[in-house]
Ligand binder design. Structure first.
Ligand code: FES
Length: 282
């Protein structure tokens, strides 16, 4: 029987010692950097140059008319706002849920859409100054409607409020069905993520493309057991119900598959279900 590893901190627990607090803080700091810096960078480098310009289809940055990058101007306020928001959240929840609130990727699409409204493509004139781009010129940046951003964010906030109200009155079962947890990454990570979501009763979809080799159903590398049945990730997946996947078998098999002897052994063990044209045992 599979041994279940004890988590250092379960989802409903807070750190009990100063050492755990420090580790948690460093972990959140690293995660926070990704969100607080990546989101402004994605949004402000997302303007697609329209038809009629020399570099149509290229992505350029939003800048102020003085050439100042909105992204760099917004990273600092983002960090401050995230810090203040986190302190308020921690106070309101009485430290029951010690998490850092960084910027949300949910805001990227509405912010890109909002800032694109009325944006002016810019080119450099003979003196190097930024001016409105004329047709056929190469666009180097765009001047966006920065005031459209709060509108886009407020609309996303309203969606959050609406969903929160529905969750309060109807629970989360419908949400888990509509948007199941999706876990993609190393097999060992998916295994432990699924152990946790199973414990919490959250349906989970995983992707086994990490064990695929040729992706054609020929090599036999991606054979795995799902709900006790033999499946091939490249033919039957790669997405599967994470609760049903036998991760230990997949990990062990991947190890064996790496060597010629291992592939021969797998062919012997798996017989007709081997799908083996792996170059060694066909
Ligand atoms: S990747 Fe080779 S059989 Fe699926």
């Amino acid at each position: 029987m599979e041994s279940e590893k004890k988590l250092i901190l379960d989802v409903n627990e807070s750190p009990k010692e100063i050492g755990q607090w420090i580790i948690l803080a460093v972990q959140h700091l690293l995660a926070m950097f990704v969100a607080c810096i990546t989101v402004p960078l994605i949004v402000f480098n997302s303007y697609e140059v329209g038809q009629g310009f020399a570099n149509a289809g290229a992505k350029v940055s939003y800048v102020g008319l003085n050439g100042q990058s909105f992204a760099s101007a917004l990273i600092a306020p983002t960090l401050v706002a995230a810090g203040v928001g986190t302190l308020i959240y921690i106070l309101l929840t009485k430290m029951k849920s010690p998490v850092f609130l960084a910027s949300s990727f949910a805001y990227i699409a509405p912010m890109c859409a909002a800032i694109s409204l009325g944006s002016v493509p810019l080119m450099k004139d003979a003196t190097g100054a930024l001016v409105a781009a004329s047709e056929g010129a190469s666009v180097v940046a765009a001047y966006g409607n920065i005031w459209a951003l709060p509108i886009g964010m407020a609309l996303v906030g309203l969606v959050y409020v609406a969903v929160a109200l529905v969750v309060k009155f109807a629970g989360v079962a419908w949400l888990n069905k509509l948007l199941p947890t999706i876990v993609i990454g190393p097999v060992i990570m998916m295994k432990f993520a699924c152990q946790l979501t199973k414990k919490l009763g959250i349906p989970t979809v995983i992707s086994m493309n990490t064990i695929m080799v040729d992706g054609t159903g020929m090599c036999g590398a991606c054979r795995l057991l799902v709900g006790g049945e033999v499946k091939f990730a490249c033919v039957d997946g790669p997405e599967f119900d994470g609760w049903e996947v036998d991760f230990d078998q997949a990990i062990q098999r991947s190890r064996l598959y790496k060597t010629e002897e291992g592939r021969l052994m797998l062919r012997l063990q798996e017989g007709d279900t081997h799908s083996g044209h792996c170059g060694v045992c066909s």
